[in-house]
Write a protein of this length. Structure first.
Length: 148
């Protein structure tokens, strides 16, 4: 039988892991986590925000850290979710513009009965394809039969 000094070999893994210490996370892992976020979001201010969100989420859930991985691996796992959350927020709030304001000013009539229509010299060129002629083209029918 083992003595009390040698320790119990059946001691759980969680008991063998050092206690989670949030006060040291920024010193021990802050630089690594910041670089990890910066590489993914490509904006220093956003990377700082993601780091803060990660540490805050980790503090709220540190008692659930089972100790099956290192603190850094666990924090990176949380950060991965925060980066995904950031891009989801961007996608929800994204506003797409097909043309810039400068394009609109240069290409469209600004007033009068043709307001909002193409200016004659800026309009897209018309296609030089005759639709009736396409029906007589062998290339058209070859392509058509490949698609059917």
């Amino acid at each position: 039988m083992l003595s009390a000094l040698e320790g119990d070999p059946l001691q759980s893994v969680a008991e063998q892991q050092p206690a989670v210490n949030p006060s040291k996370w920024l010193d021990c892992h802050g630089d690594y986590l910041y670089r990890y976020a910066l590489i993914r979001v490509r904006d220093a201010a956003v990377a700082e925000d993601v780091l803060q969100e990660t540490l805050l989420a980790a503090i709220h859930s540190c008692e659930r850290h089972a100790g099956r991985s290192s603190e850094r691996t666990w924090l990176v796992g949380i950060m991965k979710h925060k980066v995904v959350d950031h891009f989801r927020r961007l996608a929800r709030t994204a506003q797409f513009q097909l043309t810039t304001e400068a394009d609109e000013e240069n290409c469209f009539e600004e007033s009068g009965p043709w307001h909002g229509h193409w200016q004659e010299d800026q309009a897209p060129l018309s296609w030089s394809v005759d639709a009736a002629g396409l029906l007589e083209s062998s290339e058209f029918w070859e392509t058509f039969h490949r698609c059917v």
